[in-house]
Design a binder for this molecule. Structure first.
Ligand SMILES: CC(C)(COP(=O)(O)OP(=O)(O)OC[C@H]1O[C@@H](n2cnc3c(N)ncnc32)[C@H](O)[C@@H]1OP(=O)(O)O)[C@@H](O)C(=O)NCCC(=O)NCCS
Length: 236
């Protein structure tokens, strides 16, 4: 019998359905909030249909509301489209392709990550979605290598936080977790670039240990670019 927490397989639904009680003054039970964590048998060869309800402290709510990175997953389609619609409503059309055909969009992200059908001059790129409170709060793209063009602008990592979630620390947390993934990928340092006037992005990079290498103009781009390196061999 193999038991899995319901929220690890259906996070969006689990978050909506989670039940908790607040205990106060009950003999034998410390005061506090208790959540009910559902676990169930996922062994396809087993027909026990067993569901266990385990009481936890409020950590369970925190566990689900903390930021975590996931790879693109169709189970998160409605959450992703919710974010894409928010971008569109704010006048930012970057997820238009997902709103038109989510399956094709997600497939392209998977292909980019695996590098199966990369056009010449492109390197593998893994996308992660940042999930918190059962919402996708932002996206991060991790390039496995640099090209001459990416050395100029783009670097190893690009990120964006949905408009309504900016200024809550998610950009900083998202980049921090992406650096762990980059380290596991075998990168020893990463290049990140941003427009010199993108103060929020510069701050996110600096808070993650970014060292400014240079500021430069590049052909065909109207803004000055700042290039930062982050050393991944430094203490974590
Ligand atoms: C850049 C971006 C990812 C930041 O995400 P975020 O979740 O708002 O970032 P955080 O909340 O973690 O941190 C933002 C930091 O920038 C600071 N900041 C925000 N606006 C600022 C401004 N106009 N001037 C100076 N600092 C600013 C915040 O105070 C905060 O720093 P602090 O924690 O020291 O106070 C987000 O603004 C975004 O998605 N922008 C559009 C896409 C983009 O520019 N991506 C980066 C491309 S290089």
């Amino acid at each position: 019998m193999s038991i899995a927490p319901f929220h690890s397989l259906f996070p969006e639904r689990a978050y909506k359905e989670i039940r908790s009680i607040t205990v106060h003054g009950l003999r034998g039970l410390p005061d506090g909030q208790y959540g009910f964590l559902e676990l169930y048998c996922i062994d396809p060869a087993c027909d026990c249909r067993r569901v266990l309800i385990k009481e936890t402290t409020q950590k369970i709510t925190r566990m689900i509301s903390d930021l975590s990175l996931i790879e693109p997953d169709s189970r998160w389609q409605s959450a992703f489209l919710d974010m894409a619609a928010e971008f569109a409503a704010s006048g930012d059309g970057r997820y238009r392709a997902a709103l038109t055909d989510f399956s094709a969009y997600r497939q392209r992200l998977t292909d980019d990550a695996h590098g199966d059908t990369l056009p010449a001059g492109r390197v593998r790129q893994t996308t992660y979605w940042g999930v918190a409170d059962a919402q996708i709060v932002g996206c991060i793209h991790l390039r496995h290598d640099l090209t001459p063009a990416l050395r100029q602008i783009g670097g190893h990592i690009g990120y964006v936080i949905r408009p309504a979630k900016r200024g809550h620390g998610y950009g900083t947390a998202l980049l921090s977790q992406a650096l762990d993934r980059a380290r596991h990928m075998g990168l020893t340092r990463v290049l990140i670039t941003c427009d010199v006037d993108n103060l929020a992005s510069a701050r996110v990079i600096e808070k993650n240990g970014g060292q400014l290498q240079e500021q430069a103009m590049i052909a065909g781009y109207t803004k000055m670019i700042a290039r930062y390196w982050i050393d991944l061999s430094a203490a974590q």
